[in-house]
Ligand binder design. Structure first.
Ligand code: ADP
Ligand code: MG
Length: 716
């Protein structure tokens, strides 16, 4: 391989991005070309209405899809879905069917397209499916296009799918997301109608900025913790971490740029519109951001992007880490989830408008989001709860676990004046004049950003910053859609009631907006989210501070949660319980794997290295005493003593961790085990790590059994 990684497309003249873009996607434009017109129109109608595809239409689409895929070298197809464990899953099936006479034919029918049957028993279900009835099916989601994934020797047709149990339960993250998109569409259409707009559909738009680390692959393979858990379980802070802050937006190292360029080609082929690439705050940390898309497609694309990133990194002898906190003491990675709503004409509903009417409408959508966050911040917190994200949230680098909303200075002035019934003073030219007395003028831009806020309004969208870098964004977006949909219905009801009482529609809207903002202003916060004062203040305001995953997950099964998700038809009580169980079970399993690995790395790697170093010092002192008087060796004896004490401490803590691992309470209730891990195993791991890191700075580097932070973090 050349220094720039593998040659692109095997050609001296690489294709332009515009030629590459979407080359491997069976997109709407491809379908318009290859499908008979009535079939294409029928598909569009189905995408808008959410109705099921009939078998005859499916047969025609499947045949066209197969021809398209095979003409490009595809040999297999796979339904591709998002099970509850948070990754994606696939089971490849060949297009070839053997015939009686020893030949083969190729086959891919409408039935193959519409439905696949993976063995569902090995996917987490949280108890909604007993093992004797271990059957579920995957079904094509016609709102997300099929695409080709290139392997080294062939290609596979991927069909984005939902995963449903035969009892009708959603066994995945995508089906609830699609239901939530439908729910918010209905609610938003209702509000738009009040303002005299006849929208057929409202979609949610999502653009998520993906942070990640790159480390040298050879070093990665020497770290069992990185390989197994995606994060380092031991590791002393390097002499140079991110103190100098010289990495952020710095020049991109050539090797990394080669990776990024190669990756972009792969992503363009898949129709993933990445546009921004830069260094992040920590050394070895980078970011990619795409142009926003519809939420379901953005979700598919983000999952695809993470898996392609890992594959392309390997080609460049790199390992791509999407874990939230690969290195202690150094910033972790997140995924800023930019979210908005748009009508079917592409109008952004969170864009302040240019007429009084538009601005009143904007304030309704804004107030609905504020109310949603205030009433259901616990659900939003739960939607991003993972053991990995626990290491990052609230660590003065990522937003705290307290969910609050930041509106920016100018919009805050507007909101305060609405609440207080006063007029906003014009500040500079950054205001749009709505020209009537009903509502104050609105800011056009508010460039001032508050990085410590978990949910910030940034000009014409909200940015949810607590999402973990390795997470599937389906769930947080599902929750945002659900809670905002509920608030939109509430506000629509209130406006209708108020409008009946007083004939002036504007006055009715103003009254409702004022009341909603007044009642829910406690969630608005523009100060430093990292500060201790905010933690105290938030408690006074009654905002939840659910510090760990174990604290947050029970929010999914409260009465309030069951009501909101079932009223909107997004998740039933049983489906919520299954998610609750899977989440807690995953917490226990992951923590248990990490604790086990930590123990074995301690016993079989760190301890032997430390003992060997101790032996060498001891024999060195012994041998030196033959030629020098022992009075001259006091420093060396002290060193040996310190090392020996550190080894003793390490052994003691290793034993304590093993003991806590052996005493996990045996209970059917996952919450009991999860709490035990949070309160006993994790603290024992932290103690052992401190001891291991203490040894790392004492022991001869040549004996240290794994690469250190300073090697991992500085790519050359
Ligand atoms: P930054 O937050 O780094 O300043 P930008 O403002 O450029 O970056 O946007 C960040 C992300 O927000 C991009 O992925 C962008 O596509 C996305 N975004 C912009 N507008 C919208 C929108 N209306 N809905 C959803 N995402 C959006
Ligand atoms: Mg951002």
């Amino acid at each position: 391989m050349s220094a720039n990684g593998p040659a692109r497309n095997g050609s001296a003249h690489p294709l332009q991005p515009s030629e590459l873009f979407g080359q491997n996607v069976f997109s709407l434009s491809v379908m318009r070309q290859v499908l008979p017109k009535p079939v294409y129109k029928h598909l569009l109608a189905i995408q808008d209405s959410g109705h099921e595809l009939d078998p005859a239409t499916a047969d025609v689409i499947a045949a066209a899809m197969k021809d398209w895929a095979m003409a490009r070298g595809a040999t297999h197809y796979s339904h591709w879905f998002h099970p509850l464990h948070g990754l994606t899953a696939e089971k490849h099936q060949s297009f070839l069917i053997p015939t009686q006479d020893g030949g083969v034919v190729t086959e891919f029918t409408g039935a193959n397209l519409l439905q696949g049957e993976p063995d569902a028993s090995s996917f987490p279900s949280g108890g909604t499916r007993s093992t004797f009835e271990a059957r579920g099916y995957t079904g094509w989601d016609p709102t997300s296009p099929a695409f080709l994934m290139e392997g080294r020797y062939g290609k596979t047709l991927y069909i984005p799918s939902v995963f449903i149990g035969f009892n009708g339960h959603a066994l995945d993250k995508k089906a609830p997301l699609l239901r939530s998109i439908d729910a918010i569409s209905k609610a938003a259409i209702r509000v738009l109608k009040l303002f005299g707009h006849d929208a057929k559909q409202v979609v949610t738009t999502v653009g998520c900025e993906q942070e990640y680390f790159l480390v040298d692959r050879k070093l990665f393979l020497e770290r069992p913790d990185l390989m197994t858990c995606g994060r380092t379980l031991y590791g002393a802070r390097p002499p140079k971490g991110q103190e100098m802050e010289d990495h952020y937006f710095g020049s991109i190292p050539e090797r990394v740029l080669a990776f990024m360029e190669d990756l972009e080609v792969e992503l363009y082929k898949l129709g993933i519109p990445v546009t921004t690439r830069h260094n992040e705050v920590a050394p070895g940390q980078f970011e990619f951001a795409p142009v926003f898309e519809r939420a379901n497609i953005a979700t598919d694309h983000n999952m695809l992007m993470m898996s392609v990133m890992k594959r392309v990194a390997a080609r460049h002898d790199l390992a791509c880490l999407t874990h939230e906190k690969p290195f202690a003491g150094i910033n972790g990675s997140g995924k800023h989830n930019n979210w908005s709503m748009a009508d079917d004409r592409g109008n952004n509903l969170l864009e302040p408008g240019s007429t009084p009417q538009e601005n009143a409408q904007f304030l309704v959508f804004l107030s609905a989001t504020v109310r949603a966050l205030h009433l259901h911040g616990d659900l939003l917190r739960a939607s991003i709860a993972t053991p990995a994200n626990d290491h990052r949230l609230g660590a003065n680098e990522a937003p705290p676990a307290i969910m609050s909303v930041y509106l920016g200075d100018t919009l805050t002035d507007v909101v305060e004046s609405i609440i207080g019934g006063t007029e906003v003073k014009k500040k500079g030219a950054a205001f749009l004049d709505i020209g009537v007395t009903s509502l104050p003028p609105l800011p056009l831009h508010d460039s001032d950003r508050n990085r410590t806020s978990p949910f910030a309004f940034t000009a014409n969208k909200f940015e949810f910053r607590a999402v973990g870098s390795g997470q599937n964004i389906a769930r947080p977006n599902m929750v945002i859609n659900a809670i905002v949909a509920e608030s939109l219905h509430f506000i629509a009801d209130e406006i209708e009631k108020a409008h009946k009482k007083e004939k002036d529609f504007n006055a009715a809207v103003r009254g409702v907006v004022q009341r909603v903002l007044t009642e829910h202003q406690a969630v608005l916060f523009g100060g430093d989210g990292y500060s201790a004062e905010w933690h105290k203040e938030a408690e006074k305001r009654g905002l939840a501070n659910l510090r760990t995953t174990v604290d947050a997950i029970p929010s999914f099964i409260t009465k309030k949660s069951v009501k909101i998700f079932s009223d909107l038809g997004i998740l039933t009580e049983a489906e919520l319980h299954s998610r609750y169980h899977v989440k807690l079970e995953t917490y226990v399993k992951m923590t248990s794997i990490e604790a086990g690995l930590m123990s074995s790395m301690g016993a079989t790697q760190i301890l032997p290295a430390a003992l060997e170093y101790q032996r060498r010092i001891a024999s060195s002192i012994d041998e030196t005493e033959d030629v020098l008087s022992s009075a001259m060796l006091t420093g060396q004896r002290t060193l040996l003593e310190l090392l020996s004490q550190a080894i003793e401490r390490f052994i003691e803590r290793l034993q304590r961790l093993d003991q806590t691992r052996a005493e996990v309470p045996d209970s059917d209730d996952h919450l009991v085990a999860a709490k035990y891990f949070r309160d006993n195993v994790i603290p024992a791991m932290q103690e052992l790590r401190a001891s291991g890191d203490e040894l790392e700075v004492l022991v001869d580097t040549r004996l240290w059994p794994m690469p250190k932070y300073r090697d991992l973090l500085h790519l050359s």
